[in-house]
Design a protein around this ligand. Structure first.
Ligand code: CUA
Length: 163
């Protein structure tokens, strides 16, 4: 009978932990604005440059405080190689590769994406502070991999973005 009681307690504990973890995850996702890169669709690698939104790579304003940034990765550069976005804005990054697997990492931020040919990778991100970040490919992609990079310039935003 004693064992039975323990078992029950463990079951409750398990359920409680599950609820706690789900809560933490939800909190991270909603309150802290944490987002995991997601697969946002397929694309024909050879037709990237003629397929929207990749036919117009770069920064596009999509709302009062929201922007879309479209990147194309290819050996051995990003198009565009420099972007400007305001601090505090919701930025949706959409990126893909036209050839091999590349990485897209924005130094000093949590932006860290894998760019696979044939796949669109998407991430929502908000740059809190104005400043400059290096944009780098962190996935070995051949002879000039180390040359593959760019700049992300975060400009002072309407909301201040002081934290
Ligand atoms: Cu592209 Cu390394």
């Amino acid at each position: 009978m004693k064992i039975h009681a323990y078992e029950k307690a463990f079951l409750y504990l398990g359920a409680l932990l599950l609820v706690a973890f789900m809560g933490a995850l939800t909190y991270a996702a909603v309150a802290m604005g944490m987002n995991l890169p997601s697969r946002a669709g397929s694309i024909e690698p050879a037709a990237v440059r003629t397929t929207p939104p990749f036919d117009e790579p770069g920064v596009r304003q999509t709302g009062p405080n929201s922007y879309e940034v479209v990147f194309i990765a290819q050996m051995w550069s990003f198009t565009p190689s420099e972007i400007r976005v305001p601090a505090g804005a919701e930025v949706t990054i959409k990126a893909t590769s036209t050839d091999v697997v590349h990485g897209l990492s924005i130094e000093g931020t949590r932006v860290n994406l894998m760019l696979l040919p044939g796949q669109i990778t998407e991430l929502k991100y908000t740059f809190r502070r104005a400043g400059e970040h290096l944009l780098i490919c962190h996935e070995y992609c051949g002879r000039a991999h180390h040359m593959m990079g760019g700049r992300v310039i975060v400009e002072p935003g309407a909301t201040g973005g002081t934290d």
